[in-house]
Design a protein around this ligand. Structure first.
Ligand code: ADP
Ligand code: ZN
Ligand code: ZN
Length: 716
């Protein structure tokens, strides 16, 4: 009897054994449909063996080994296994999350062939076809001239011609990618490309530290071309789903003939499954995608690139809480290929590795285009130049000057909605979310109060629910309110607001970006959605409102994020030939963060932060993990954590365990949330402890408290 050891998507950190008539080690990595209790599940075979610890009478038979795709490769399974072990999640859950949705279902995937070729019989048939068979004749004539991609023939005609044996499925024809390099590289770009190119074929992690506009993309393109020239593939990860279409276009324009595949959650399921399979078959030269693309099954990756590597969106915030950036480095290491981490403001973790020499530091200190200067950054002191409806006099004057010159301005306010709080002027009642420990945000257009944490929405009340007063005041300022006051102040200007409310539908952002480029807006009002990556040549002024809020945030990562965000948004100013200007409104112009920012001095800023982190004992000088619990009552969540700590395996001296505390956002979606933070001077000691602890936690009876571990957490 042969036993299949199967990884299943169930919340238990183990595999499951099933009987099967016949299987060989070559079946490892195949999909299999198995019974699980009363259900049918799809799993992945991770081992084929001869015996099981399950007594034979209790061993169930697998329903079917599927062959709708080639077995998952060993290195892919090794990546999944590492992810499972490092992030303390069941292997089956990791594999499930890493596969495209269509491949998670317990049924064979039938996508049909990607291309067709004509048969001998088909050639013979062309001449004999009756003249009214127009569609069939056209398809055969097409096929007679060469391989036909499946999407150029209708499904009905294809079915008919296949049934008659006139056409047969065949693999997509290979193509020969070419590379177009329109610019001569700057010397810094050339040095970076050369260093990475020299490392092809071996593992090397490189930090590409380049200011905005320094031409990091050009470096990515050149090193991807070098990997392709070796017959390998390039994997490119980007943080923002909105940026992938433009990047894909850019790559397509530069690599004519290359097969470029995009993998993001916005790609419809069938298309995504098709793309994934094409990648697995080696039919993609370049894979572009968001964090989930780190699991793309490339057979021979030659280079891994992570753009904006500091971006928090590379960390998955639910389910398997992996960091795609860190897995990209693992993957490059396992494959023995270079990985390029690019950013103007790298994470302190990455920067620290570059300082110690673990990563190679490659710098692009100047803008790539001849004459494109960095924007001039100016701090405006709100104590002497107070804001009027959010905008101070010097910023208003700068906007007016842009209007007169026919240039565009951007006012950056990272808070959507009309006002963040609704307050009763009589009794100080504020509108809170019934499901979260958060204020409801006033959205005036739809006359609604919305929770930005759980999505709860309700109409704006007519009167205060506690005292009956009808004088309810929206307090503070969001983008909608700013839009209204700016429109009132500049009545002749065309004002456009860009935030996730105004770009909710797929494609809207692309359309808005196009109309901005066409000059249809003069003043842009936007959140961070505008800060990332888009290049508006006529935009010469960026005004930053209310950045100070992030200075007083309790999270120790807040300054790092604020600096990155302000660098990124100021990079929007003056990218073309018109010089840019950035005005930052603040009450603390002497703050070291702002001082470093106006000098464009990431390295000085990072040095200071690293010293602070070292003194305070924060990452990257320690490693962190947290155990979180969610319950209907806070007391239950805390009690769960207390029991988990009391019953924890003995602590290594290198590991510190803190007391259970509520999360910053203690209540979310009607769950009360608390956590225990762990810190350790050694990653290995922390991992050893977590492994034992998570075995215990998974082993306990499931109760009413939900829990999870977060390794290298970003949010508290
Ligand atoms: P980054 O990603 O570092 O912010 P980009 O890659 O977007 O910068 O490059 C900024 C601009 O400079 C782009 O318009 C790009 O086409 C241009 N550029 C890049 N490299 C060169 C070069 N070597 N010569 C001229 N222009 C360049
Ligand atoms: Zn009241
Ligand atoms: Zn809520």
């Amino acid at each position: 009897m042969t036993i299949l050891r199967v990884a299943l998507d169930v919340p238990l950190p183990r595999t499951f054994d099933y009987r099967v008539e016949r299987a060989t080690p070559a079946d490892v990595g195949r999909r299999v449909v198995v019974p699980f209790g009363p259900r049918k599940l799809a799993g992945i075979v991770v081992e084929v063996c001869e015996s099981s610890e399950v007594p034979p009478e209790r061993l169930r038979a697998a329903h079917a080994l599927l062959d709708d795709l080639a077995p998952l490769a060993r290195d892919w399974l090794a990546l999944a296994r590492f992810t499972a072990e490092y992030y303390q999640r069941p292997l089956g859950e990791v594999i499930h999350a890493a596969l495209p949705p269509r491949l998670r279902r317990p049924e064979p995937l039938r996508l049909g062939p990607t291309a067709y070729a004509i048969t001998q019989a088909g050639r013979a048939a062309i001449a004999t076809l009756p003249s009214r068979s127009l569609a069939r004749r056209a398809a055969l004539e097409l096929a007679a001239a060469g391989t036909v991609p499946a999407d150029s023939i209708t499904a009905a005609v294809a079915r008919d011609l296949l049934a008659r044996g006139w056409m047969e499925p065949c693999p997509a024809p290979p193509r020969t990618p070419a590379f177009i390099a329109p610019h001569a590289l700057t010397s810094a770009q050339a040095a970076a490309v050369e260093a990475i190119r020299a490392a092809l074929g071996t593992y090397r992690a490189c930090l590409l530290l380049g200011i905005t506009g320094s031409g990091k993309t050009e470096v990515y393109l050149h090193v991807a071309a070098a990997a392709l020239a070796r017959g390998q593939q390039a994997l490119v990860l980007v943080p923002e789903i909105n940026l992938t279409p433009r990047l894909a276009e850019e790559f397509a324009a530069r690599f004519p003939g290359a097969r470029i595949v995009t993998l993001t959650s916005a790609v419809p399921d069938t298309e995504r499954a098709r793309a994934w399979l094409a990648v697995q078959r080696g039919e993609a030269d370049i894979v572009l995608g968001t964090r989930l693309a780190v699991f793309a099954p490339l057979p021979a990756p030659g280079i891994v690139i992570v753009d904006e590597e500091h971006d928090a969106s590379f960390k998955q915030q639910d389910g398997v809480r992996y960091s795609a950036r860190d897995l990209a480095v693992f993957r490059a290491h396992a494959a023995g290929v270079p990985v390029v981490l690019g950013s103007a403001t790298p994470s302190l973790e990455t920067y620290q590795h570059a300082l110690t020499g673990r990563y190679t530091l490659l710098e692009l200190p100047r803008r790539a285009r001849e004459g494109a200067a960095l924007p001039a950054m100016r701090l405006v002191d709100l104590r002497t130049d107070p804001a009027d409806d959010g905008v101070c006099a010097s910023l208003a004057a700068a906007v007016r000057a842009r209007l007169e010159r026919g240039e565009q301005s951007l006012l950056f306010l990272n808070r959507r909605g009309y006002a963040p709080v609704l307050v009763c002027g009589a009794c100080a009642w504020t509108a809170g979310c019934p499901r979260c420990s958060a204020h409801l945000v006033v959205h005036l257009g739809e006359r609604a109060l919305r929770c930005h944490h759980c999505g709860h929405a309700q109409p704006v009340p007519r009167a205060c629910p506690t005292c009956g007063n009808v004088d309810l005041v929206p307090f503070g300022r969001g983008t909608q309110r700013l839009e209204a006051s700016v429109a009132a102040r500049f009545p002749d200007a065309r004002v456009m607001r860009i935030d996730s409310d105004s770009t909710r539908n797929r494609g809207t952002w692309e359309a808005m970006a196009a109309s901005i480029r066409a000059g249809e807006a003069q003043i842009l009002i936007g959140t961070q959605i505008l800060a990332k990556g888009h290049d508006f040549p006529n935009l010469t002024l960026v005004g930053v409102l209310n950045a100070d809020a992030a200075l007083v945030a309790p999270d120790y990562r807040a300054p790092e994020r604020l600096f990155a965000q302000l660098m990124q948004v100021s990079g929007r100013a003056g990218r073309a030939d018109a010089p840019g200007e950035v005005l930052i409104q603040t009450r603390y112009p002497e703050h070291p963060l702002y001082q470093a920012l106006v000098r464009h001095d990431f390295r000085g800023f990072a040095q200071r932060l690293l010293e602070e982190r070292e003194q305070a004992g924060f990452p990257p000088y320690v490693y962190e993990a947290s155990l979180r619990a969610e319950a209907r009552q806070m007391a239950d969540a805390i009690a769960f954590l207390q029991r988990a700590c009391a019953g924890a395996p003995p602590l290594d001296a290198a590991v510190t365990m803190f007391d259970p505390v509520p999360l910053t956002l203690a209540r979310h979606n009607a769950w009360e949330r608390a956590q225990v933070l762990l810190q350790a001077g050694s990653r290995r000691a922390l991992q050893t402890f977590l492994r034992e602890w998570s075995d215990m936690l998974y082993g306990a009876k499931p109760g009413a408290v939900r829990w999870h571990l977060d390794v290298d957490p970003l949010e508290f």
